[in-house]
Design a protein around this ligand. Structure first.
Ligand SMILES: Nc1nc2c(ncn2[C@@H]2O[C@H](COP(=O)(O)OP(=O)(O)OP(=O)(O)O)[C@@H](O)[C@H]2O)c(=O)[nH]1
Length: 397
């Protein structure tokens, strides 16, 4: 019997960190295959995990929902048949919907004949940023929380994670998923075995997941949202990303919402998009693109990760000093003309042959020395990235 564990979580939440902990402690001596779906063409995590000596199948095919239909199912079946491992760990991309992954596993119908067992569905939630993610990228973030059997709060070990902040995160999670077990003890302190004991066999209940009913890839999302004859009230919550704040006014072309308000009284309350000091409101006439609400034909469009998030990546032999990388990442976190940067990661060699590994999520940068890689790699993920500017920043002459 192959046990399947799904470890989901938003970009940079701490999925890889958790998987490493499980591999070190709990999965020791077991044959484990990891199936990863990184968002972005340049795979980064594989390198980190190969050191752990496990079999890895990388699926860097962009939109997880598309790969789930074909490639993912095929990959999963192939792994079961070829390796018969003790466990398959699935790490969906940070912008993948957990319920899609659970459905994909269930749709293989391998459980019925006792070949595989969906053992756990975990979501790692960054305690410091969950409020911002919910507000800005709720469609993706919410689904991950709602579908999880266990939620593991990451960064509870940091100074910023005050008891109040942790309580607030728990409250937010409870509203989305009243039943999940919530782990608040830092992964490092709890240890892999205890984590495994906690996540294993937790009920996976999709009843409170706001399902799309139709698969996102068939692009035909006919929901019975009857917007015609009633006043329709939409509360777009704040896009809260600390102090940024920007306003979508008339004629906004920001890329986030595209609302077709014709033929019915339609009330939209776009609350703040709060991203540090920037503030933006989506007003009428916004043609920004991340939402496409066509209420006329009762057509409700759900988003592909590809529509909302973009990634920019490069393989390079160019040499970077640690200071240079620090400076670039500082620019990325402070200057929003590059787009909304949600994640940057990679490894680059310096003139003296030292390899620098970097990890960035909003407001946090981790830079460390690491072992040589086959080539230098940079991956940046965000919303509305200016790729030309990114190229300029990283490859300034
Ligand atoms: N202090 C602290 N740092 C963490 C914790 N979890 C993850 N990190 C750091 O956050 C960064 C991202 O962690 P990863 O484990 O790579 O996150 P991920 O979810 O796999 O990232 P993607 O696959 O890129 O979406 C790294 O620098 C980690 O060291 C945690 O619980 N506490």
């Amino acid at each position: 019997m192959v046990k399947i564990d799904i470890i989901s979580g938003f970009l940079g939440a701490g999925k890889t960190t958790l998987i490493k902990k499980l591999l070190q402690d709990a999965f020791k001596g077991q044959q484990v295959v990891l199936i990863e779906n990184e968002f972005g063409e340049i795979g980064i995590d594989g390198g980190f995990l190969k050191d752990a000596g496990i079999e890895i199948k990388e699926m860097n095919s962009g939109c997880i929902c598309c790969s789930l239909v074909g490639d993912f199912g095929t990959a999963l079946k192939e792994v079961v048949e070829k390796y018969h491992p003790d466990r398959i760990v699935i790490e969906p991309s940070g912008v993948g919907k957990l319920s899609d992954v659970i459905h994909a596993v269930e749709n293989l119908h391998l459980e019925a004949d006792g070949e595989v067992k969906l053992n756990s569905a975990v979501t790692v939630v960054d305690v410091l940023k969950c409020k911002m993610y919910l507000k800005n990228f709720g469609e993706f973030f919410k689904n991950q929380v709602e579908a999880a059997g266990t939620i593991i709060l990451s960064r509870t070990d940091t100074k910023k994670a005050t008891p109040e902040k942790i309580e607030a995160a728990i409250e937010l999670i409870r509203e989305l998923n009243p039943d999940a077990t919530i782990i608040t003890t830092p992964v490092e302190d709890l240890g892999g075995q205890k984590i495994l004991d906690t996540i294993e066999g937790m009920k996976i209940d999709l009843s409170h997941v706001e399902e799309e009913h139709d698969h996102c890839c068939d692009h035909d999302h006919h929901h019975d949202h009857d917007h015609e004859e009633h006043e329709h009230h939409h509360d777009h919550e704040d896009h809260d990303h600390d102090e940024h704040h920007h306003d979508h006014g008339e004629g906004c072309t920001c890329g986030c919402h595209d609302h077709d308000h014709e033929e019915h009284e339609h009330h939209h309350d776009h609350e703040d998009h709060d991203h540090d000091e920037h503030h933006h409101d989506h007003g009428e006439g916004c043609t920004c693109g991340c939402h496409d609400h066509d209420h006329e034909g009762h057509h409700h469009h759900h988003h592909h990760a590809d529509e909302v998030f973009t990634s920019w990546g490069k393989e390079t032999v160019r040499k970077y000093s640690r200071e240079e990388i620090e400076k670039i990442l500082k620019t990325l976190s402070e200057d929003d003309s590059y787009g909304m940067i949600l994640r940057a990661k990679g490894m680059l060699e310096s003139e003296d042959g030292v390899w620098t590994y970097f990890d960035m999520v909003p407001e946090e940068v981790d830079i460390r020395e690491g072992s040589a890689e086959y080539t230098g790699r940079i991956c940046v993920i965000g919303s509305k990235l200016d790729e030309a500017k990114l190229e300029q920043l990283w490859f300034a002459k």
